[in-house]
Ligand binder design. Structure first.
Ligand code: 13P
Length: 254
């Protein structure tokens, strides 16, 4: 059975002091949750200190992005090794905000994914259609393109370490969550693609998270669906009460 994974993507929010405070709160509130994986992805500046807060706890640390080269003259970039050094276990790759604002493509996502895996980080690869693509009935084409091209050349062993996050762009930060049925339809489609790319046993072991306006009010409906194995949470992960309440609810489902 797939274990749920709930990750908070803090995006460009929180000073170091605020990040430490929130991480301490999460650790305190959720210390006894063992049935699911809890990840917090802080800004780069806070990783190392938040890493010290959550070390030896049930909370894992994640980066929000990385660059694929190991080191060198790449001003402003952070490598997979640097994320590990700061205490990260996970890294988000190919978030739609990076695709939109920083011109990321499936090709760059693929390079980042390979670098993360080579370095021993567990990647969370984001895919998802924009509103105009959904309205033009291109959702499945876009998802197929994102999944097949982002995962190009990834072995069966490595895909098992990877989480896919389905984040419909129209649901991110808008309060317009996909209904559990809408999300499940795409998650099942993604699992079908993974079955074709790998095999049924592999596809059925890969976790597919949903992201886009997940809150304590809708998390149970979403996670109650067969192919939804967790959540990637933005806004609601920035507050202790909403993030911890969502995780407590999820922990009672499995
Ligand atoms: P919101 O939960 O704020 O919609 O953000 C979702 C997201 O982008 C997580 O990566």
């Amino acid at each position: 059975m797939r274990r749920f994974i709930i990750a908070g993507n803090w995006k460009m929010n929180k000073t170091i002091v605020d990040a430490i405070e929130l991480a301490n709160g999460i650790k305190r509130e959720l210390y006894d949750i063992e049935s699911l994986d809890i990840v917090i992805c802080t800004p780069f500046t806070a990783l190392s200190e938040v890493g010290e807060v959550v070390v030896d706890s049930n909370i894992d640390l994640g980066g929000q992005d990385l660059f694929w080269e190991e080191k060198g003259a790449y001003t402003g970039e952070i490598s997979a090794g640097m994320l590990k050094d700061a205490g990260c276990k996970y890294v988000i790759i190919g978030h739609s905000e990076r695709r939109k604002h920083f011109a990321e493509t499936n090709e760059t996502v693929n390079k980042k994914l390979k670098s993360a895996l080579k370095t021993g980080l567990l990647p969370i690869v984001c895919v998802g259609e924009r509103l105009e693509e959904r309205e033009a009935k291109k959702t499945f084409d876009v998802i197929k393109d994102h999944v097949e091209n982002s995962l190009k050349g990834i072995s069966k062993e490595d895909i098992l370490k990877t989480t896919i996050a389905y984040e419909p762009v129209w649901a991110i930060g808008t309060g317009k969550t996909a209904t559990p049925e809408q999300a499940e339809e795409v998650h099942a489609f993604i699992r079908g693609l993974l079955t074709k790319l790998y095999d049924e046993a592999t596809a059925s072991a890969i976790r597919i998270q949903y992201g886009g306006s997940v809150t304590p009010d809708n998390v149970e409906g979403l996670l109650g669906k067969e192919n939804i194995d967790g959540a990637l949470v933005g806004g609601a992960s920035l507050k202790l009460d909403s993030f911890s309440s969502m995780i407590k609810k999820a922990s009672k489902l499995k």
